[in-house]
Design a protein around this ligand. Structure first.
Ligand code: HPA
Length: 272
């Protein structure tokens, strides 16, 4: 198997050959927020299936392309659709695009997702700034040989979600009149939603929200020295807190709040 640095060399060369130049921010647009990529100016779009070492996303509602250009005056490379562990991809594959963003020179990533609310004061449609996470996926994308030129063997996760970025997002939410929540995101592998017992456990453990993404990508961002802003959309109350869970509700809620979600991300990006 090729070394990660060799793979990155091939992938970044391919992306640069498509006309991509300097990048400030990587963006991972989760369920419902994909259309933010349609607002990127002077866009260069690169379908995942053309990119060396990228897999193809299989989830309905995820377009599956990189979009490069200018958003809020910043040079961004956005993932319209992400890869999930539950699709059968390895953790290395799930997080490979974050490696690529770093290798292309991004200093930060903005990650968004849809998740279930565990905190009893949350309601569906709330937006939550991620202050920290609990890796409950049962694995870690950094397991395996470490390439020291990319990052340290034992990365510090004390400030994985950049405090200054969180402050900026809160100020922007205030200006927009948005009631932005803040809390801990607990990442499960999925694809099942959690059981009511698991949600009780999650709450006791300190989770405010649960989901099936984001944690691997943020671990790899921290490893590579990238700053992170994470924002979740609480699409439903977690298992046991409402009658039942289904993907339709997740999609409906993201549709309902996408205007404010997009505004928050764009306006925050402008001041980072
Ligand atoms: N659990 C896990 N992932 C989710 C949820 C949930 O309740 N809602 C949206 N994504």
């Amino acid at each position: 198997m090729k070394k990660l640095s060799e793979m990155l060399q091939e992938t970044t060369q391919f992306i640069l050959d498509q006309g991509v130049k300097e990048i400030e921010f990587g963006m991972i647009l989760g369920s419902g927020l994909g259309e933010l990529a349609d607002e990127i100016e002077d866009a260069i779009k690169i379908p995942y299936d053309k990119i060396p070492f990228f897999p193809v996303s299989t989830v309905v509602g995820h377009a599956g392309q990189l979009v490069y250009g200018t958003l809020s005056g910043k040079k961004v490379l956005a993932m319209q659709g992400r890869f999930h562990f539950y699709e059968g991809h390895s953790m290395q594959t799930v997080t490979y695009p974050v490696r690529v963003m770093g290798a292309l020179g991004a200093h930060s990533v903005i990650v968004t997702n849809a998740c279930g609310g565990v905190n009893e004061s949350f309601v569906p449609g709330d937006l939550m700034l991620i202050s920290d996470h609990i890796n409950f996926t049962g694995t870690n994308p950094l397991i395996g040989p470490n390439e020291d030129e990319i990052g340290p063997r034992f990365p510090d996760m004390s400030q994985a979600y950049t405090p200054a970025y969180r402050e900026s997002a809160k100020e922007v939410a205030n200006k927009l009149g948005l009631d932005l929540k803040e809390g801990v995101y607990m990442g499960y592998s999925g694809p099942t939603y959690e059981t009511p017992a698991e949600i009780k456990m999650s709450r006791v453990m300190g989770a405010d929200a649960v989901g099936m993404s984001t944690v691997p990508e943020v671990i790899v961002a921290a490893h590579g020295g990238l700053k992170v802003l994470g924002i979740s959309c609480i699409t439903n109350l977690a298992a046991g807190m409402q009658a039942n869970l289904n993907h339709e509700e997740v999609v409906e809620t993201t549709e309902r709040v996408k205007q404010s979600f997009k505004a928050l991300v764009k306006e925050t990006l402008a001041v980072l």
